[in-house]
Ligand binder design. Structure first.
Ligand SMILES: [Zn+2]
Length: 383
């Protein structure tokens, strides 16, 4: 480009040189001018369209996108954004992801915009990550009562103690999970996110009159395997949130989350906080399994003013029908004392058998069997 300007400068002196001879040369001069004009038009038009303008464009590109990518690299971003745009929109993921990915995409697309001579780039610019990323952030807050929406309808008569029986670890042992879901509830069944055919199993259980929860695997303080993609205190915050979201997206129709194991993880306030934050944003309730007395779960839930409840009784630490029945009796005592009780059991034969005989009788003794959401609704709906 630099050459073209000088070349133009040379041509303007030409006419004077030719006009030296005589006035007769007027015609010739006119002709020369015409020629000069023609040449100027040719060179100017040709270079201006293709070579002349790119210069300013590239300067702009260097000013805006220079620090991030060279001219050639920036050509590639356009295809990337459209692909990236889908996840936030489709998964409707909240803030953290939005902000992280949003800035990342914005950075990528700016250079593309600066260089974007081709119209295609302009198209890529239209859906910048920021706008699509924003709505998902607000969607959950507008959807704050997801736990109410997914709750099993339940009447809670005044003055009667209510009991919620939560069975977690659901979904892995298909045979016993099916047996448990076959009981006449309402029970609250909490499913491991890595169970096979999870959505199918959960829907069948819901159709049989049980409420659904997600049983989130978290790191124990003892040597035990919480399963794949468990939340560990050694993970950074981003990975914790990512794993939590993956688990939350494993099926739908549930009212909230309780922890699978997690005696180490739930005691780590900083690790647990972003998980509860995610639940809160999705409008889900938190049931603290209380696998450790040091769990930060309930304190955090209160501070965040999100719906929560804590486990009162474990039914089957000892897997005999007699032991489970004794724990069910304790559950009734707790319910009498505080107006409600939440007991957690597992799909074990002893638990299934004990519940099979207890469930039809408990209401006759003046207790009301409810899904866990009814306990939350009547006691801790707002933190
Ligand atoms: Zn568990």
């Amino acid at each position: 480009m630099a050459r073209k300007a000088p070349s133009k400068a040379r041509k303007s002196p030409l006419p004077p040189f030719l006009s030296n001879p005589f006035v007769l040369a007027l015609a010739a001069v006119a002709a020369v001018f015409a020629l000069a004009m023609g040449v100027a038009t040719l060179t100017g038009g040709g270079s201006g369209g293709e070579a002349g303008k790119p210069a300013p464009v590239q300067q702009a590109a260097q000013q805006q996108g220079g620090p991030q990518a060279g001219g050639q690299q920036a050509v590639q971003p356009p295809p990337v954004p459209p692909a990236k745009l889908e996840p936030p929109a489709a998964t409707s993921q909240p803030t953290a992801q939005a902000s992280t990915e949003g800035t990342g995409q914005a950075a990528v697309e700016k250079p593309a915009q600066a260089e974007s001579r081709p119209p295609a780039t302009t198209v890529a610019m239209l859906p910048p990550p920021a706008p699509p990323a924003q709505p998902p952030v607000q969607a959950p807050s507008g959807n704050a009562a997801l736990w109410r929406k997914n709750a099993l309808p339940a009447e809670v008569p005044q003055g009667k103690p209510i009991i919620a029986i939560v069975i977690d670890d659901m979904g892995l042992d298909r045979k016993r999970s099916t047996r448990m879901a076959g009981l006449r509830g309402p029970l609250t069944l909490s499913w491991l996110p890595y169970a096979r055919d999870l959505q199918v199993q959960a829907r069948a259980a819901r159709a049989n009159g049980h409420e659904l929860m997600l049983h989130m695997p978290m790191e124990p303080s003892v040597k035990a395997d919480p399963g794949p993609n468990a939340l560990l205190v050694s993970l950074d915050r981003g990975e914790i949130v990512k794993r939590a979201r993956a688990a939350l997206d494993s099926f739908d129709g549930y009212v909230g989350v309780n922890n699978h194991m997690g005696s180490r993880f739930t005691a780590d306030r900083a690790a647990l906080a972003p998980v509860l934050d995610e639940l809160h944003r999705r409008g889900l309730l938190w049931l603290d399994s209380r696998t450790t007395p040091n769990s930060a779960g309930i304190g955090l839930a209160r501070e965040m003013k999100m719906p929560w409840v804590g486990r009162d009784i474990f039914l089957d630490n000892e897997e005999t029908v007699a032991a489970v029945k004794a724990q069910l009796a304790k559950t009734e005592q707790v319910a009498k004392r505080q107006g409600y009780a939440v007991a957690i059991g597992h799909p074990h034969d002893a638990t299934i058998d004990a519940l099979a005989s207890w469930l039809p009788e408990v209401q006759k003794r003046g207790f009301v069997l409810v899904p866990v959401s009814a306990v939350v609704r009547t006691h801790h709906a707002g933190g």
